[in-house]
Ligand binder design. Structure first.
Ligand SMILES: Cc1cc2nc3c(=O)[nH]c(=O)nc-3n(C[C@H](O)[C@H](O)[C@H](O)COP(=O)(O)OP(=O)(O)OC[C@H]3O[C@@H](n4cnc5c(N)ncnc54)[C@H](O)[C@@H]3O)c2cc1C
Length: 233
């Protein structure tokens, strides 16, 4: 099931593997006791949530590599550039060397434009100019025109026989691209720690919100610890 993000983007879970229980099993390799169960035991002692909490809180991160997800993402090139900075992932991206990129381009909404650059607003403005709604409307129109021009040049170049790998040189970073990303839960949580943060760019945060929903669904107990901020204090 694809979950829409921005105007033409999406996130789709291809596969999730492992579980909160697998993390416990990995942590108990030395004693071979495996997973013993959630919730208080018959003798009143705490269940395996205590061990999970201990692992997370004390940075015993390796057992969290025993679970993970493959995710398909369609996002503007500039979002994918940020995403791919997280090196502990494997990627496979649609290559514009072999097939032309679809003509989908990101146009921020007026509301998004009016949000500014988050904590960077002042620096980004530089001139001290403040964006008004009418200037935001104008920017959207000009951006759309620019995308149309780029597409025209791209298509003309392809028709003229310019190799796809060079015709793509005219495509802007707002163009959508598509990739699959695979990694373990440890990496996904690190990705979320950085990309759900208010300092991350708004666009990648929208993707991170969807990824966080997938983590919550498939690894609920680990998610709970992450969301509580246990270990980050
Ligand atoms: C708000 C924000 C602003 C940013 N601004 C910029 C910017 O202006 N310019 C810019 O270039 N980047 C910027 N980045 C990207 C940032 O610098 C990191 O590259 C990115 O967040 C990935 O983090 P990471 O290296 O911890 O993750 P990963 O690459 O996934 O690495 C995870 C962990 O693995 C280990 N690791 C991975 N590779 C190595 C290695 N080669 N050697 C040693 N340890 C390794 C480290 O412990 C690392 O923390 C920004 C990121 C954020 C969230």
């Amino acid at each position: 099931m694809t979950i829409p993000v921005l105007d033409f983007g999406y996130v789709e879970l291809v596969e999730a593997w492992g579980s909160d229980e697998r993390i416990i099993e990995a942590a108990r390799m030395s004693t071979q006791k495996g997973f013993e169960g959630w919730g208080p035991k018959e003798d009143g002692s705490p269940g395996d949530e205590k061990l999970l909490r201990y692992l997370w809180k004390n940075g015993h991160a390796t057992p969290f590599e025993m679970a993970g997800m493959i995710i398909e993402v369609q996002a503007p090139i500039f979002v994918v550039r940020e995403w791919q900075r997280h090196r502990a992932q494997g990627f496979s991206e649609m290559s514009a060397r072999y097939a032309p990129l679809p003509d989908d381009n990101y146009i921020p909404t007026i509301a998004r434009l009016m949000l500014g650059g988050g904590h960077l607003t002042k620096q980004a403005a530089g001139t001290g100019a403040e964006l008004t709604e009418s200037l935001a409307v104008r920017f959207r129109t000009q951006l759309d025109l620019q995308y149309q021009k780029a597409e025209e040049l791209y298509q003309n170049a392809l028709s003229a026989g310019v190799p796809k790998e060079l015709a793509r040189a005219c495509l802007p970073v707002g163009r959508y691209t598509r990739m699959r990303s695979t990694s373990n839960l440890r990496m996904w949580l690190d990705f979320l720690r950085q990309r759900l943060d208010k300092h991350a760019q708004w666009e990648i945060r929208q993707y991170a919100e969807v990824v966080s929903g997938l983590v919550r669904e498939h690894f609920p107990r680990t998610w709970e610890l992450f969301a509580e901020g246990v270990g980050n204090d």
